[in-house]
Write a protein that binds this ligand. Structure first.
Ligand code: ATR
Length: 299
């Protein structure tokens, strides 16, 4: 690994990324000096936000190939499209079908997925949040809303935990693909909910869930929830976990509505913190504890 690191996050849009805050805190804790415009030295790192339009992505990728950048966090909308461009992909990332971390090593571009570790971390926090009502996710009824890359990372982590997985998605076919890949049942909301175009007659939902995860992108740019408000009163009261985060410390609508109905909540920031531990290690070779990243986000 080179001793001076040029790192960053590539996404579009990227303006609201919290990664620079995390990396600054991580570098401080690891004794890596953050360099902005000064030449990089032996023990320094630089972290840039690369807000790259899809039409400019290939040029950006060439900069990585040329060795100008040592590693990046990868976010929307490149987590899947970057895969065929890489030289090697970690088996977990391949199974999930999404890459959120790319490391350049000896001119080779390697892809990893640390999102599922963030989910695993959030799931542990969710056990704490349940007030010891739940002590493990094994055999627990879990609803995953969504069927994209984030949902696949959630399903991967929950399969590892031995949970009983149900999937609800606006486009039924994608839900079926996730159910097939990770073992689960496709469910529909029934009624006239506009966010669900699945035909009637799919397997009914269980009467209560221990965990409900928002793995859609709903709530990212607008204050909306992928579930009707009535859902929370009708389906027990376990833990609600949103992969989405918006403004620091502000609950998304999904979590606000769950909270009002008495559900415990875990935010997307928790997942971000959990995934940062492994991502920071992959990109810098240094281990920093999750508490460092948590403290950085709470400032
Ligand atoms: P990511 O990789 O971040 O998960 P994605 O693959 O684009 O992104 O997946 C986005 C998810 O959010 C999908 O489950 C999508 O539903 P569809 O499969 O039907 O597209 C879901 N989603 C996005 N906008 C939505 C909306 N307005 N209502 C309900 N679901 C929505």
């Amino acid at each position: 690994m080179t001793s001076s690191l040029h790192l960053g996050i590539v996404a579009h849009p990227a303006a609201h990324s919290l990664s620079p805050v995390l990396y600054r805190a991580g570098c401080e804790a690891a004794g890596l000096r953050m360099a902005d415009d000064i030449p990089m030295t032996h023990d320094s790192a630089r972290f840039d936000v690369f807000d790259v339009l899809p039409e400019d992505f290939s040029a950006f990728f060439q900069r990585m190939r040329a060795g100008e950048i040592d590693g990046v966090a990868v976010s929307v909308p490149y987590k899947e499209t970057i895969i065929p461009l890489l030289d090697w992909i970690d088996p977990c990332a391949a199974e999930i079908g999404a890459v959120n971390t790319v490391r350049v090593r000896n001119g080779r571009l390697e892809g990893y997925n640390t999102d599922w570790l963030g989910v695993q971390y959030a799931l542990r926090e969710a056990l704490v949040g349940s007030g010891k009502k739940i002590t493990s996710w094994k055999w627990k009824n879990v609803l995953i809303v969504g069927a994209g890359g984030a949902a696949r990372a959630v399903a991967y982590a929950l399969r590892e935990e031995g949970a009983h997985i149900f999937i609800l998605n606006r486009t039924r076919q994608r839900a079926e693909e996730v159910a097939k890949a990770f073992g689960g049942s496709v469910v529909t909301l029934g009624g006239d909910d506009a966010s669900n175009d699945a035909p009637r007659g799919a397997e009914d939902m269980p009467s209560a869930f221990d965990l409900v995860v928002n793995a859609t992108s709903v709530g990212l740019e607008t204050d909306e929830s992928p579930l009707p408000i009535s859902f929370w009163e009708e389906r027990g009261n376990g833990v609600a976990f949103d992969c989405v985060y918006r403004d620091r410390g502000v609950l998304t609508r999904f979590l606000r509505e769950a909270d009002r109905a008495g559900w415990a909540t875990v935010s997307g920031e928790t997942m971000l913190i959990g995934q940062a531990v492994e991502q920071f290690f992959l990109l810098t070779g240094r281990h920093v504890d999750a508490t460092v990243f948590a403290r950085a986000l709470s400032r």
